[in-house]
Design a protein around this ligand. Structure first.
Ligand SMILES: [Zn+2]
Ligand SMILES: [Zn+2]
Ligand SMILES: [Zn+2]
Length: 159
């Protein structure tokens, strides 16, 4: 099972390993790179585990617990929903590229901000501990779609 991380954290806190906690955490491990609202998690997890009844309240409570245990991150992708994703074991959360046309979110695995942190520390004496970053733009799919659209031709008017 992929639940070593969960088991370790539950043990540290003297909490029981329950099948519900395992199902919810496994769901995030299986959907690494995706970002879910609590309602989506409720729908998808109960569909997958149709034998066990997981209530909405349990889903919410478990998500909060997993966030406190630093196994999940709460993120805001500017779509008006509270979303959650698997927290990086490294402690540093990856960054997101948000397409302003289709709303798709892409993950940026590479972190290019170490230099920026150093510069900030040198210039301001501020001890940087972490950062978050959202980049807005147009994704490759939307750029390709835009290229396919016939461009409006402007007629040059004769003087
Ligand atoms: Zn993400
Ligand atoms: Zn797009
Ligand atoms: Zn970063």
């Amino acid at each position: 099972m992929t639940n070593e991380r969960l088991r370790g954290e539950l043990k540290k806190k003297n909490l029981r390993i329950t099948s519900q906690r395992e199902s919810i955490f496994s769901f995030f491990v299986e959907h690494k790179g995706e970002h879910f609202t609590p309602d989506e998690i409720y729908r998808l997890v109960s569909r997958k585990n149709s034998h066990s009844n997981i209530s909405k309240a349990t889903i919410y409570r478990t998500i909060q617990m997993l966030v406190e245990m630093k196994l999940l991150s709460k993120i805001d992708l500017d779509d008006g929903f509270e979303r959650y994703e698997l927290k990086e074991a490294s402690g540093h959360q990856h960054h997101h590229l948000i397409c302003t046309i289709c709303g798709k979110v892409y993950e940026l695995d590479e972190d290019l901000l170490d230099d920026l942190e150093k510069i900030i520390e040198e210039r301001t004496g501020f001890k940087v501990k972490d950062h978050q970053l959202k980049i807005y733009g147009i994704c490759q799919d939307c750029l390709a779609d835009a290229a396919k659209q016939p461009k409006l031709k402007l007629k040059a008017s004769k003087k």
